[in-house]
Design a protein. Sequence first.
Length: 86
Amino acid sequence: MNYIEIIGFVAAFLTTAAFLPQVYQTWKTKDVSSLSLPMLLLFFIGIFAWLIYGVLKNSPSMIFANSITIVSSFLLVYFKIKYGKK
């Protein structure tokens, strides 16, 4: 593994880890009032595009980070729809 991918994995770990507390807090409290559905959908689509880009570039760090983040962002979209105002 070259130093560029090591930097990529460090960045992937930090940005993915920073996102997980929001997912956990939302799941625990079921409070989605501060989450914007349009923002979440745009974020999800963006992460999906980054994942495809990482696959096409054959970048393990991008594939790793975006695979985890796409699941996390999907969960937030799901929580927003499920727990949002009815």
